[in-house]
Design a protein around this ligand. Structure first.
Ligand code: UFG
Length: 329
């Protein structure tokens, strides 16, 4: 199979490209390198630098390569940034996907797997969250991802394209090789920020609120290893290749950990006391997000293999120790 990975120089995209190549698949990567890194592109992938909003560019990739399926990660994905720059999110996430779909329809490429998010649910009515639960995003990032899902739905009705939307919970961890991992600039995610403390780059980790209705007052999240996410994308491509219908799946471990528990596990893994200070809540953070991934398990046959929180943190710690500044030299 030849798979086009859009956004394959980003965090989850690069891990998916690595897994595909390890399985012997032929991989083409497109990335505009706005938030991705050339160093994260697998050396065996054919790489095209460009933007999916550029119709001529994306047409030229489909003209040059014989693509069997597309995996689409090319989007902006920071909740906080989306609140202050909503139109950036509408432009890249929605306008980019519109151009991509026009080109796919014209080139008769009819299978796509794409990254969606738990942010499509907003404040959940209950946990664990099912795919059929209410979707009411509380930020432009989640809103644009939900609109992308709808764009796929209506395009599939009109043009016969088949899609799988994967709603991730909290992606974390790093590849076992230690050569790729999480690198955002600026960093806003909990585990990389915690690990900056033992790495000597931050004095303390801030806990955003300890007065939530949870067991220790800090927010609960469902942390899922990036390699397990990557495997789910491959299973989703295979699902579409078998001629199955379009579908939506949650991807999480189904286990919630509080911010305090993640800090405690990081102390164990690193052997560092990791100073923590409580600060006010961050706007827009739901108290608890936990996935029900039963559907992905039963329909796709997905089985997360790195569900242990300490194992996840260990893999992240290896990466951050060897790459304290991410991909920067
Ligand atoms: N947190 C802290 N201190 C920090 C950073 C984070 O206490 O310095 C807390 C947050 O308040 C939250 C938890 O740690 O409770 C996890 O925060 P992250 O920023 O790592 O992740 P989020 O849960 O906010 O975001 C994740 C994904 C998004 C997705 C969102 C859905 O990264 O892509 O879930 O709500 F949109």
């Amino acid at each position: 199979m030849t798979i086009l990975v859009l956004g394959g120089a980003g965090y989850i995209g690069s891990h998916t490209a690595y897994e595909l190549i390890e399985r012997g698949e032929d991989v083409v990567i497109v990335d505009n390198l706005e938030t991705g890194y050339k160093e994260a592109v697998h050396p065996k992938a054919r790489f095209y630098q460009g933007d999916i909003r550029n119709r001529e560019f994306i047409d030229s990739v489909f003209d040059c390569e014989k693509i069997d399926a597309v995996i689409h990660f090319a989007a902006n994905s920071l909740v906080g940034e989306s609140m202050v720059k909503p139109l950036k999110y509408y432009d890249n996430n929605l306008c980019g996907t519109k151009v991509l779909l026009e080109s796919m329809v014209e080139h008769k490429i009819d299978k796509i797997v794409f990254s969606s998010t738990a942010a499509t649910y907003g404040e959940p009515e209950r946990v664990p969250i099912l795919e059929t639960d209410r979707t009411m995003p509380t930020n432009p990032y989640g809103e644009t991802k939900l609109s992308m899902e709808k764009m796929f739905h209506w395009t599939s009705m009109a043009h016969g394209l088949k899609y799988v939307s994967l709603r991730y919970f909290n992606a974390c961890g790093a590849h076992k090789s230690g050569s790729i991992g999480e690198a955002h600039n600026p960093e806003s995610h909990l585990i990389p920020l915690i690990l900056q403390v033992p790495n000597g780059q931050r004095e303390a980790i801030s806990i955003f609120g300890d007065d939530y209705d949870t067991k220790d007052g800090t927010c609960v999240r469902d942390y899922i290893h990036v390699t397990d996410l990557a495997q789910a994308h491959i299973l989703a491509v295979e699902y579409l290749m078998k001629g199955n219908e379009s579908n939506i799946f949650n991807l999480g471990n189904g286990i919630g950990f509080t911010v305090q528990e993640v800090i405690e596990a990081s102390r164990k893994v690193t052997g560092d006391p990791i100073k923590a200070v409580t600060v006010p809540r961050r706007a827009g953070d739901p108290a608890k997000l936990i996935a029900s991934s039963e559907k992905a398990k039963s329909v796709l046959g997905w089985k997360p293999e790195h569900a242990d929180l300490e194992e996840i943190i260990e893999s992240a710690w290896r990466w951050h120790q060897s790459h304290p500044r991410g991909y920067a030299k």
